[in-house]
Design a protein around this ligand. Structure first.
Ligand code: SAM
Length: 285
């Protein structure tokens, strides 16, 4: 089969699930990764054929996409902060907006004398922890999660000298916070999507990504932030700073959680789309 035919047929089929441009991007990515072609090979070399021994695999992977499985699970990786992170069922696919949390934290950490200590609560794939560790090679980074699947993937991401340590713990159990050496920065992207927001979400997320990583009850959507504030009260140095990704619709309320926990210097940071995305908190300015 010609590559161009596979791309146009597959794009049309996938556009039943995704907007056309997104469907095309997904199919081009599938072809790039499985065939080693460029995104434009089918245009500049329209006679390019898919090798017979590759076609069955390609069709099988396309079937998974047509069943709404995210391309990142189908390929087994996701790009984040310029690096490839392994992902799979049971682990949240890192989102582009979380890169802004990493930038804010790294920007602050670079202004401190090194080495620094960083805690990442609800670490998932470890994308935040590993990105910070790689930007600051003398840093000591600790990631915490409750999910065995997430911790297993997080531990296996890279091999570097200052690999983060990944620890199993329930962040919501605030009567049992470990007595670790204090941290310069605490970061977190906890579950924050309200159950009522599910109706606006697509099946590639709802049917495949772990609910544990995404959702919080409508009647208590800030429970993770209260817990993170408690961990921060105990484990952040006096001069320490916290950065949490937030539900854009609950920015003021989230900032208030940290103010009520005693963090006076608390403010909201917008993302590139001018949406409320991060709350930064510290004891004093
Ligand atoms: C929104 S995901 C964030 C994952 C990753 N930090 C990222 O930005 O892609 C939230 C993570 O919180 C973890 N989690 C959920 N409940 C938890 C709990 N009670 N204690 C610790 N981690 C929890 C989930 O397993 C999931 O990995």
């Amino acid at each position: 089969m010609l590559l161009t035919q596979f791309i146009s047929e597959s794009t049309e089929a996938l556009s039943q699930i995704y907007p056309l441009a997104e469907a095309r991007g997904i199919i081009l990515m599938l072809c790039q990764e499985t065939l080693g072609v460029r995104s434009y090979t089918h245009i500049i070399e329209p006679q390019t054929a898919i090798p017979d021994d590759k076609l069955p695999e390609l069709i099988q992977l396309r079937e998974r996409l047509l069943a709404s499985e995210p391309i990142q699970y189908v390929l087994g990786f996701c790009e984040f902060c310029g690096r490839r992170f392994a992902v799979g069922p049971g682990v949240l696919i890192p989102r582009p907006e979380t890169e802004e949390l990493v930038s804010a934290a790294v920007g602050h950490l670079l202004s401190l004398s090194q080495p620094v200590r960083v805690l990442d609560l609800c670490t998932g794939s470890g994308c935040i922890a590993w990105s910070i560790a790689q930007e600051l090679p003398s840093s000591a980074v600790v990631g915490v999660d409750i999910s065995p699947e997430a911790l297993s993937i997080a531990r296996s991401q890279f091999k570097i000298e200052n690999s983060p340590e990944f620890i199993s713990a329930d962040v919501l159990k605030t009567d049992n916070i470990p007595m670790w050496e204090k941290f310069d920065v605490i970061v977190s992207n906890p579950p924050y999507i309200m159950d009522q927001e599910k109706s606006q979400m697509r099946s590639n997320v709802l049917d495949y990504e772990p609910s544990l990583a995404l959702f919080v009850p409508d009647d208590d959507p800030l429970l993770f932030y209260r817990a993170i504030a408690s961990w921060s009260v105990k484990l952040l140095k006096d001069s320490g700073v916290g950065f949490v990704e937030i539900n854009e619709h609950l920015a003021e309320e989230t900032a208030l959680v940290f103010q009520q926990a005693g963090f006076e210097d608390t403010y909201i940071i917008n993302d590139v789309f001018s949406k409320n995305r991060i709350v930064r908190f510290a004891r004093k300015s």
